[in-house]
Design a protein around this ligand. Structure first.
Ligand code: AMP
Length: 115
């Protein structure tokens, strides 16, 4: 059985979120603890625990999530200035919600390499 996550509860409208985009497969919400002026989470409605659980059938979904991130970057006016897309996987990357999500971060300068 799927492990319950905060994102599944948001998808089911059991808890509120600021929704930036939604379709049959994807929801995008404002991060509750933003790390940049623009910080949006692009989340598949299908529960996939970590990137390690991806399979070939998820390739179109992952592609679509990237396209949604690009479109949201354009809408938020950060496409030209630049933005960062981040996937955190498991402990060392700091994953805290075990339902994959793509972070769209922008509106400030980011360092590289990351800390
Ligand atoms: P990660 O560390 O990659 O697992 O990121 C999880 C993200 O979810 C963090 O940036 C949190 O601030 C964010 N988050 C957790 N709960 C909520 C919520 N209820 N609404 C919006 N964002 C959330």
């Amino acid at each position: 059985m799927d492990q319950e996550t905060i994102f599944l509860r948001i998808i089911r409208r059991e808890i509120p979120a600021e929704i930036e985009y939604e379709d049959d497969e994807i929801i995008a919400i404002k991060d509750i603890n933003p790390q940049a002026p623009v910080h949006i989470l692009i989340i598949p409605k299908k529960h996939i625990r970590t990137l390690n659980d991806l399979s070939e059938e998820d390739i179109p979904l992952i592609g679509k999530m990237t396209l949604v991130a690009k479109q949201l970057a354009e809408q938020k006016g950060i496409a030209d200035s630049g933005y960062r897309l981040v996937w955190n996987c498991n402990r060392d990357a700091g994953q805290t919600v075990f339902h994959i999500h793509l972070h769209l971060l922008g509106g400030r300068v980011f360092s590289w390499p990351p800390g």
